[in-house]
Design a protein. Sequence first.
Lengths: 453, 339
Amino acid sequence: MSKLPILQKNAYLSLVLKDNSIWAHLAYTDYNAQREYILSDFTDLNPLKQRLDDEFFTRKFWYEYFDNLEKVFNWDIVDRDTYRLQMYKTFKDEGVGLTGIRVLVDENQKYFNTIFASLREFSKDIAVRIVDDSYIYNLLEGLLGRMEYEDILYLDMDLLDFKIYRAKKIVENRKEKTVITKSKISWGNEYGVVDSVRDSRFKAFLASDFASKDILNYWSNFVINKIFFTEDPNILDILRSYTTIQNYSLYQDNIDKLSGFGTDSTNSLMIISGHIPAILGKQKTLMTVVDGLEIMGELDCIWDLEKKILSYGKSYVFGTNSTDIILQEKKFLVLATKVLIPEVKRLKNQNKVIMSGYAESLSMEKNEFYALSPGFTFIQLPKHEDKLLVELEFKKDIVIPNGVKSKVGFVSIPGKGRYDSILVDGRPRPIVYGPDVYTNRSKLSMWLNDFKA
Amino acid sequence: MILKHRLFEKYDEYTFKIPSGRGDRILVNVGEILKEGTDILIRRGNNVKNSFFLPSQLGCTRENIGKYLICMDGEFVERGDILAEKASMGGLTIKRLTSPIQGVVDMSRIDIGYLDLLGEEQENTVKSTFNGVVESINPIDGITIKTSAYALDLVAISNVQEDSRYIVGEFVSLGSGNDVILKSVEEDLQGKIVFAGKRLHPDLLRDIFEKGAKFVLSYSMDYQNFRNQGLPVGVIGGFGEIYSPKEMIEKITKKSHTFAVVDVNESQIFFLGGSIKESIKDSLFVQNAVGRKVVSHALGNYGMLGEVNGVEDDSYISVNWENGASSIINVGSVEFVSY
């Protein structure tokens, strides 16, 4: 296969079809003009979920989809004269045509075969790839090789499926090798998810009074209709509890695969993806992960809520050897969160400052921040166009387990490795939930500061 | 991009089967064009004179009914004969179900908990309520017919036996669909697919099945009742005391006395033939949100129908709701719908 000349202009469209949703990313590069960007779109297929296996989900659907995508991206995509033979226009310049289209279809997507066949029928020139375990293994192995991390955890959290992949560099017989593992929980249908909240273990994590049958009705509507946005505190609390239990069950069943993440290595990366983080938000999602997987230490967290890593991760891994598009890190890696979970002893006084720090750049004055114990503090860093230097120090006797250090410093570089937030978990270990919803409500209010249930 | 959910999806060609039993007389031939009112077959069978829901009569689970039955399927029983018996308290108390009439025991619905007593044999003519073509006739599949249909999606469907992946029958609506009722005024619902209205109460559900219904459809019901009742039920809107759009209920009740097929695997009900006024097939995608119909998925007014009157930014729209209120709501909390 021919390689792409690095300076060649290029426009490539990658679609990810997973969990009855389509994520579209059109990547454009022109290194002569120093232009590189990704246009993104999301389409929820749930309104068609009972029709994905019939005539509607055929070539006609795809034609209509690309026709609309053209308008959204303001990009000439469809070749209306010869769409039967090659449906997309050959790339000419920015805004006109594509060098290729790739569709990644998740192996667990319902009616996979029908969708696969309809794409094939629609155009033979679309590269259709299957996202299965081996695809993720290759992607993570590649990222481990290309990025400066030694331990990567990829979490895909959807209501019906929880998957955790871990790729870790280890040294065996003086040789470095990569070990990749997978842990998974899958519910057969929505009823299992709805009914799971009646489990007695669930109540240990809940902070809403769950006595009312109405809450079960709200939760069932939320699960069955796959709602993408809610501000209802009861639903958010059920979702947080449910996610914590799923992560905790995964951890207990796969302790040998998942233990030590964050402390085994000084360079750990967590990639979070899926439907749940998009609803829960960063702080609560991280709490479910940290508590469920019993994570300590220091790590970076990337939020792949738009499936950009799934779309273009491999192109990035292949670098200049890529056959679709050559992308620099800055466009496909979204903003990261620095996660710091130190060892905190139980303190006599509540709300004691355990960490203080600052962020500064050439164009910005010094911004100071701090974290309290027992808080689960999420600090939003200021938006920055220049390099942002962040330095923070933990107070006496409080250290990060990996490397046993009390000072952390990093630089957020726009266009390379950019951080938008810091999470400091100042809760003393072990984390204890329960015994009842009222105690949980008071604890969560203290941990999250503004928690309402 | 946003896809619209077509609440009634038109299928120009829909093939279904009308099962024919022993003794039924088929009145159509292969290739024959059916019109509304065409006689399709004469169905011979015994009418249901009495139905008993054994779990509530005996105080047992559906799975254990077999242990307490005294009669046999097809047995002729006299008034006062014992049909089922359950001893409890170490045999000190006995619950008995006796036959109130003379009739034949029918256990065809015993899996869902019902024991029926049949009366005299009757003949019923099944008439077409749609235009279509007879594709084939054979003793296994019955009569295969191709017609047009409107599909309505069900959010949930419960407890349908393995051998009943398709339920075919006359669709009837109990009243206007807008009132919550506890008992059906219709006396005979044998073999019918019944729309119970905007909310299904467990008492009404039992009453409908005692009157011989095959399947019950409701806009909403309580989730716990849905999971515990053990009968074939389909839910259109959702669970709990949710809003049911008047327009939608009206369109469903208008389908009363037409033929319908419940496709259990697809979780859809197909209303055969007919037409719905606003059935112009436009784009699957929402081109311009303003003027579009939406159904709320927000907790405060879940299920309520509204019309978009403005776009605030990429994520928020302002909506005029059917109850006269208006609000700004996140796009992720609504579903764009069309008919």
